[in-house]
Write a protein that binds this ligand. Structure first.
Ligand SMILES: *Cc1c(COP(=O)(O)O)cnc(C)c1O
Length: 371
């Protein structure tokens, strides 16, 4: 029956994967910002940093102009210099790897775990050298990775653990925000991310010295001429939006989790299930991740696309990063990461979706009869 309903053109929907969380006081906060200085030294920026530190239970928060800027500052704070190695998985966006190259360091791709996007300790151990300075772990689409184990490994090996949490605002492991496990945790507040200020980002750390180095880096080394730096400060206008929107973030994540639950409850296709959530982990459902077990997974993703259901895997042409021409020189075998990217898709779960949208997505999945 479901099949027939879906086949009728009138039943087709277009599901949006875009969601921009507005805040209850956007205009009031922007107006407040306009009554003071607008640079990164505005008291609004300091107020936003305090609010971020409190929300994420971090000792220090440093607001920056983008998620990419957060990564550059974190790499500098971690002591990464020209010729150093930075280890990361190849299953993340290009945004994570370019700051490493910009720093003059070498991205060293390590494999993922078989079941998820966390860096595999065995692969790290195999590719570690005397030049290794830092590991970047990237929990994709808000699904927690084994950041606790990685932190232990990093501490034991004298490396810094940088977390790219651009997707993961509010994702937790054993009840703690993922950012608690990184020496430095980087976030984006780009338009598409769960906390959105247009462009923007921030770094969290419990280590005051690392936070101090980030602050110096994003302000041209405080213009003392002793330390290198660039201008990556966040403007007061973006901070005002962050201040307005942060109080709604918890509700947004609750809604995302409820949406994912509703969709998953209705899902009955034997070859589709939610991707593994690691023990103690709770995703924020930036996107719902589905594990696919078809002979041709791409055909299934295309089928959903034709029914108006977008996939991040398709939108970004997700593949191991060393398969992109600019990164081919950094190729290292990462068979588990390749298998992971080839065996999954994403579905939106944002609060802008209606119950009918969620049910439609589940019904479309259930109605697929390809192999
Ligand atoms: C969005 C994103 C970035 C970059 O953030 P910008 O604010 O766009 O610079 C970095 N890493 C990941 C995983 C992202 O999704």
């Amino acid at each position: 029956m479901t099949d027939i309903a879906i086949a009728a053109p009138s039943a087709l929907r277009t599901i949006s994967d875009k969601y921009r969380a507005s805040g209850p006081n956007d205009l009031a906060q922007l107006q407040r910002a306009l009554s003071g200085p607008l640079s990164g030294f505005s008291p609004m920026v300091a107020e936003y940093e305090d609010a971020l530190a409190e929300w994420f239970d971090a000792r220090a928060a440093v607001a920056v102009s983008s998620g990419g800027a957060a990564l550059s500052a974190a790499l500098f704070a971690a002591g990464v210099e020209r010729g150093d190695d930075v280890l990361l998985t190849p299953s993340c966006p290009l945004c994570t790897v370019f700051p490493i190259i910009e720093a003059g360091a070498n991205p060293i791709f390590v494999d993922t775990r078989p079941h998820g996007f966390g860096a595999d300790p065995a692969s790290i151990a195999e590719r570690l050298t005397a030049r290794s300075r830092a590991i970047i772990d990237i929990p994709m689409w808000g699904y927690p990775t084994e950041v606790d184990e990685l932190r232990g490994f990093a501490d034991a090996s004298g490396l810094r653990l940088i977390l790219d949490l651009a997707h993961s605002h509010g994702s937790t492991l054993r009840g703690q925000p993922l950012s608690r496990y990184g020496h430095l945790s980087c976030f984006s507040t780009h338009e598409r991310k769960p906390l959105a200020t247009g462009e923007g980002g921030f770094i969290l750390s419990d280590n005051e010295e690392l936070a101090r180095r980030c602050r110096s880096y994003i302000d041209f080394g405080h213009l003392t001429g002793r330390d290198f730096g660039l201008n990556y400060k966040l403007s007061a206008l973006a901070a005002a939006l962050g201040l307005s929107r942060l109080p709604r973030l918890a509700d947004q994540i609750t809604q995302r989790r409820a949406n994912a639950r509703r969709l998953l409850k209705r899902l009955s296709h034997p070859r589709v299930k939610e991707k593994t959530i690691i023990a103690g982990g709770e995703p924020n459902y930036y996107f719902l991740n589905l594990q696919l077990d078809f002979a041709d997974n791409r055909a299934f993703i295309d089928y959903l696309d034709r029914r108006g259901i977008p996939s991040d895997i398709k939108r970004y042409g997700c593949k191991a990063l060393y398969r992109f021409p600019a990164l081919a020189p950094y190729q290292r075998p990462c068979p588990q990461a390749e298998a992971l990217l080839a065996s999954m898709t994403t579905l939106p779960a944002h609060p802008g979706l209606s119950e009918a949208d969620l049910d439609y997505m589940a019904d479309c999945v259930n109605g697929y009869d390809g192999d």
